[in-house]
Design a protein around this ligand. Structure first.
Ligand code: PEP
Ligand code: MN
Length: 263
């Protein structure tokens, strides 16, 4: 199996001049959901200022409640792509099914498959048929083996460009939204050659823990971070409480040693 291997060392995923899994720590940031053109332009500006390489923003939102905001779809995709282009950043968005994959595949640099779809095997097979890197988040209650086997679906279908993302798992502890499983970084790296990034935002569910969890993630060997940041978290339509303010995002990047090209 390509993903589950005892070979030492990490495969790198190269995407339009950015290497994930190499020496450089890759910072990805942006809002949970794309809301407007101005929101995305401001987010892209902040990611650039922080030295981040990749702008995130959800346009198809797999929400727990059917009455929560479900994403702007095509319109949001345009805002994301345009904002990334303005700042010469790459962009990533989540897909939830075959039609959303089809819609975004030619427009974004990286495709995200979220925690709720980690075992959507038909979607994983489709992701294996495209020539774009896939960020595969760990399922809400998935074991590491299940997560790696989900990655294996993508690899086995022909796409070797998989980036694993630990985003917290469900435990008995209610103080945080999920429990960040830092051990999973080392275990996934031991069992597979794939790059592993960490999303402290969905793990913590609260912005006060993002800085320390990000540092901890890098200390245990994560290849990058996926962090939610919003120009004005208090009005965010989703995940505002866990989203960093722009100045906090820039400050964290500095503390992490992610150096901006020009500030
Ligand atoms: C997200 O990245 O906004 C998201 C929905 O994440 P997860 O799938 O980890 O819950
Ligand atoms: Mn979110």
């Amino acid at each position: 199996l390509a993903g589950l291997t005892s070979e030492k060392g990490t495969s790198t995923v190269e995407v339009n001049g950015v290497t994930i899994g190499g020496k450089e720590i890759i910072l990805m940031g942006g809002p949970c959901a794309v809301e407007s053109s101005i929101q995305m332009s401001q987010s892209a500006e902040t990611v650039k200022k922080a030295g981040g390489k990749i702008l995130r923003g959800g346009v198809f939102k797999p929400r727990t409640s059917p009455y929560s905001f479900q994403g702007l779809g095509q319109e949001g995709l345009n805002y994301l792509v345009q904002a990334a282009k303005e700042q010469d950043l790459l962009c990533v968005t989540e897909v939830i099914d075959a039609p959303s994959l089809e819609l975004v595949v030619e427009k974004v640099d990286i495709i995200q498959i979220g925690a709720r779809n980690m075992q959507n095997f038909e979607l994983l097979k489709l992701a294996g048929k495209i020539n774009k890197p896939i960020i595969l988040k760990r399922g809400l209650s998935a074991t590491i083996e299940e997560w790696l086997l989900a990655a294996e679906y993508i690899l086995a279908a022909g796409n070797p460009q998989v980036i694993l993302c630990e985003r917290g798992i469900r435990t008995f502890e209610p103080s945080t939204r999920n429990t960040l499983d830092l051990s999973a970084v080392g275990v996934a790296k031991e069992l597979s050659h794939l790059p592993v990034i960490v999303d402290p935002s969905h793990a913590a569910g609260r912005r006060d823990l993002i800085s320390s969890l990000s540092k901890a993630a890098l200390a245990v060997g994560a290849d990058g971070l996926l962090i939610e940041m919003h120009p004005n978290p208090s009005v965010a339509v989703s995940d505002g409480p866990q989203s960093l303010h722009p100045e906090e995002f820039v400050q964290l990047a500095q503390e992490l040693g992610v150096v901006a090209e020009s500030v």
